[in-house]
Ligand binder design. Sequence first.
Ligand SMILES: Cc1cc2nc3c(=O)[nH]c(=O)nc-3n(C[C@H](O)[C@H](O)[C@H](O)COP(=O)(O)OP(=O)(O)OC[C@H]3O[C@@H](n4cnc5c(N)ncnc54)[C@H](O)[C@@H]3O)c2cc1C
Length: 565
Amino acid sequence: MDLESGAVRERRAEDLPSATSCGTASSAPEQKYDVAIIGGALSGAAAALLLLREHPTLRILVIEKSTAFTRRVGEATVEISAYFLGRVLGLTQYLNEAQLVKQGMRFWFANADTKTLADCSEFGGRYLSRVAAYQVDRSTLDQEILDRACAAGAELWRPASVSRVALNPGADQVLLVKWGDHTHEVRARWVLDASGVAALLARQEGWFQPNREHPTAAVWARWKNVKDWDGLDLARKYPDWASQCYGIRGTATNHLVGYGWWAWWIPLKGGDVSIGVVFDQRLVDWPEGGSLGQRLKDFVCEHPVGRELLADAHWIEGDVHWRRNLPYSSATYAGDGFALLGDAGAFMDPLYSPGMDWVSFTVSCAVELISAHVSQQDTAPMIARLNQQFTRSYARWSSAIYHEKYHYLGEFDLMCTAFLLDLGLYYLGVVNQPFMRGKISFLEPVFSNAPSTPCYYLMRTYNRRLARIAQDRHARGALGRKNAYRRFLFGGYTLAKSSSRHVLNGLLRWGWLEITEGWRTWFSPAGKQERESPTGFGMRQPATAFDSKAAAPAATESVSPVRGG
Ligand SMILES: Cc1cc2nc3c(=O)[nH]c(=O)nc-3n(C[C@H](O)[C@H](O)[C@H](O)COP(=O)(O)OP(=O)(O)OC[C@H]3O[C@@H](n4cnc5c(N)ncnc54)[C@H](O)[C@@H]3O)c2cc1C
């Protein structure tokens, strides 16, 4: 790829012409663009690249705060975001060469009987995955996409930061940009906010809505010297365990789970591993005392799988992070002159990695909107539709899959049932769409159209019921009874119709659970204790990873913009 033109387009503060040395917005030279993009990471760079492919003469400015991308969360793609990266952005060869091909998801369960990794109940694929997905190091992936956008003609100001945007519907948007020692006034007909969790426009305009019903938090780090899942060491120690999976466990996203929490295990190209814990602050007390890296290690090592694989591992100094109150959304996603991309608009939950799926939908829709404007179509109906679609998609996606899920995450039988249904319906209703219809399907976010409505109600219902069954187990002291010595290794999903049998299997399992156990809760309301007594991030006592926590003090209200990398 010829990146020469990209290099020419990238301008740094020291390259500024002398006319800009005056240093105030009013006296700096005015800059005029067709599109200004706040943030040059995945969302911003992808939007610039796609816009320039369709309209090579557009004047696009990308403003990126960081000097260089560091590693960040958002490292596991699922099938939709993999399609977007590979087939829409055209990165398949790059992904194969510079990142890792992902082998699905695996889950590991434990209870008081599980002394070793091999004792833990497991579910996941027996074979390699059938539809492409990747494990990505975002510091290199995002730079690759940004380089391609620059090569296609985008201008990049870096490091430069947008402090404020004056929105003017139907006219030029005005951005205040700090670049080097100077503040510039940049004018652009369209501004795309791709500023991530900083969510510049949503916060500035008062659209930002924390999702307090689902108060999750996360702590994560990248690690060295993590044991090889598929290596000789473990195979010699646990030969029966090793022989049961015919694929590769190590390049899956492995999930260690417990009551109210899960940990991701994502390998990165070159050998480092990203490991982090996500927990519901109402159900889990994060341990106090010691460094955050040590607390993370201690927490994960309460699980036999963590203990085994992290025995000789150490976190990378300076690469340990946390964030609380993860989910949020925006009351508005687009208007005449702006659109919110990726995390700048909303975030749901990291489980099942929907973040980059959301990026794929929001970027595709924003590109379509600006293309409509370029071809002089009336954009008002499209803007109204986008706002309605994304509002509905966020609400339904969160509610159908994530709401109260942390009650049953640690239950082998309940999660097997949920996973068969969650993943099966994702394949049948979402993953198959781009393969059948091409990239146009990215203009319809998940759960935003009428045919998806029955599916939404079905998912919401079984998710609520499984959570209710887990709450009842919790109340009876019956959590985790199936978490030892079981293995559910299935053939995995494909896009063939025959794959729907796994969904049927999931429905039968759910029915059986209701008959054998769920009846206990058919007529009793959900327990209220946990919901009314949230826990803050400054937690009171060390967590016992498999134990439920009693109610705890109120959570910190603010959504912290503290972020990884
Ligand atoms: C704990 C956790 C785990 C996750 N795991 C996954 C996962 O496995 N898979 C997945 O798909 N998603 C995951 N996500 C979500 C994923 O990280 C995001 O969806 C994704 O990174 C969003 O990309 P983005 O480009 O929109 O934002 P970001 O990657 O956050 O990029 C925003 C960019 O904007 C720049 N910026 C910010 N403010 C300004 C400003 N004022 N001026 C100029 N530039 C600015 C920043 O420097 C940054 O480069 C996870 C999220 C969390 C919290």
